[in-house]
Design a protein around this ligand. Sequence first.
Ligand SMILES: [Fe+2]
Length: 169
Amino acid sequence: MSSHQRTIPASNIAASLGATLSEIGAAARVEDVVNILRRPLPRLDLGMFTLDPDGYVRHLLHRDERFEALIIGWLPGQFSEIHDHGGAECAFRVLRGMAVERRYESVHDSLAREVSRDVYLPGSVVACVDDDIHSMGADADASDPLFTLHVYRPEPVMRVYQLAAGVKR
Ligand SMILES: [Fe+2]
């Protein structure tokens, strides 16, 4: 599914998260990012984060040489492509709605098959590391849109996979 990137007005969450991420050192691990995402967040007006029937929308909050942080808005049924993170570490927090994460294993070259599926409630913080291959988004039957907050370290170069033939999605 395609995605769009939108710029957003300056916000308290971007300022707060940017300052926090700037404070932690270059040796920060994904556990440090998880701990930051578990902290209480500034009051957040999700109304400024748009949704689009043509694809999920990425809103960049912060980018420096070590971190990229963004909020993604998903309508029910919208999922990312199956991807890895090129060795970059990442973590996300569910802000509103229910997130579905499908995890895959590579079966051949860029083909992958699903090995597990999890559903995360608001407040959940999930880390992805190393060679994780996954797809995430909002269940097609969900009644509400999904908003998730993601932090990548460093900015990822993702590889996209195709679902292996004959494997039920
Ligand atoms: Fe991902």
